[in-house]
Design a protein around this ligand. Structure first.
Ligand code: ADP
Ligand code: MG
Length: 270
């Protein structure tokens, strides 16, 4: 641990920066009698890229959805940036957040899905401008300038005025990433962002994600792209049947998986 520094105002900034961006402590989630997340404990530090891998049905999407308020955990504790998801903490008690505060907490989290879900009646530019203007009440001029900057960043400056139907899957997914970034999230969640793409379009999306990682964005990426995990992730988490089976440096886990279930999974995807 580095020595703690204190600002002149006496505010301890190092404490804030050492708060994990995501902290799951004994998180469980059931749908009826089906327990799909079982005692999940993991941590995502600021600026870290965590790749979450595992067979279909292991609970990866559910875990992301709990972080993003789309599902509620059944037990345990899940925090983003030090605040319990959907709850406010008073002393040692948790109270449900006011919907406004929950919406605010959620706005700080960008999510990119397997299906790009762009608004079909809006151009790429309008898609990226939509949330900042409608939700954050940013002026149109400002939102447009920022959207154009983000589209350039994902390599689509020339496609700003195209409608989704006239863009390839890879281009649509890059617009979806720009759209999420337009809200200035502190955390980005990717749920199999390249699984619906033709193989030749996967690389361009992964490249954009790789660049994003280089900027220091905190990211949780559910993916079967082990090359990406090896190259970009700081941590690889292997989940199976709702439990974290194995966690570690991706290069080590991929080269030398410790558990039979990890070995079996990797032998199928590698
Ligand atoms: P993964 O993303 O790893 O494929 P999911 O998180 O989508 O896994 O699903 C884990 C399990 O939870 C599956 O058995 C799935 O059927 C179940 N599940 C997910 N969402 C719901 C839901 N809304 N209602 C009931 N069961 C669900
Ligand atoms: Mg899934």
């Amino acid at each position: 641990m580095s020595e703690q520094t204190t600002t002149p105002a006496g505010v301890d900034e190092s404490a804030a920066s050492s708060t994990p961006m995501v902290l799951a402590e004994h998180v469980s989630k059931s749908f009826g009698s089906n327990e799909v997340l079982k005692d999940i404990s993991l941590e995502v530090r600021r600026g870290e890229v965590l790749c979450l891998v595992g067979p279909s049905g292991s609970g990866k999407s559910t875990f992301l959805r709990c972080i993003n308020h789309l599902e509620q955990v059944s037990s345990g504790r899940l925090s983003v940036d030090g605040t319990p998801v959907g709850y406010r903490e008073v002393g040692d008690k948790l109270y449900e957040m006011h919907p406004k505060d929950a919406a605010k907490q959620r706005r700080d989290i960008g999510m990119v899905f397997q299906r790009f879900n762009l608004f079909p009646h809006m151009t790429a530019l309008e898609n990226v401008m939509e949330a900042p203007t409608q939700v954050k009440r940013v002026s149109k001029a400002k939102a447009k300038a920022r959207a154009l900057e983000l589209l350039a960043r994902v390599g689509l400056a020339e496609r700003a005025d195209y409608y989704p139907a006239h863009l390839s899957g890879g281009q649509q997914q890059r617009v979806a990433i720009a759209r999420a970034l337009a809200m200035d999230p502190k955390l980005m969640l990717f749920d199999e962002p390249t699984s619906a793409l033709d193989p030749e379009l996967v690389g361009e999306v992964l490249d954009v994600m790789k660049e994003l990682a280089k900027t220091g964005m905190t990211m949780i990426v559910v993916t079967h792209e082990m090359g990406f995990a090896r190259e970009v992730a700081d941590t690889l988490v292997f989940m199976d049947g709702g439990v974290v089976v194995e966690t570690g440096d991706p290069r080590e886990v991929l080269a030398n998986p410790q558990h039979a279930r990890t070995q079996a999974f990797l032998s199928k995807v590698l």
